[in-house]
Write a protein that binds this ligand. Structure first.
Ligand code: ZN
Length: 74
């Protein structure tokens, strides 16, 4: 998630150079950067007692490949 407004004071953030990170949203009121936050996710491998692995086929992503079950935690 990229912040547009300060989560602490609600002010609109402005881009400010932050070293190697480039332009980062910055709050002039709180005098701090608000770096992008990451979304938590999960990926699982389902295996039965015969060591067979369940894979997920998602035709909207690929008709050729199957994947582990995965997704964002909301
Ligand atoms: Zn602020």
């Amino acid at each position: 998630m990229r912040y547009k407004y300060c989560p602490e004071c609600g002010a609109k953030l402005n881009g400010r150079q932050a070293g190697d990170d480039g332009l980062v949203p910055y709050c002039d009121n709180c005098k701090r950067y608000w770096f992008d936050s990451f979304s938590s996710c999960v990926i699982v491998m389902v295996v039965n007692e015969l060591h067979e692995i369940a894979l997920l086929k998602q035709s909207y992503i690929s008709a050729q490949y199957e994947t582990f079950v995965a997704g964002y935690i909301t």
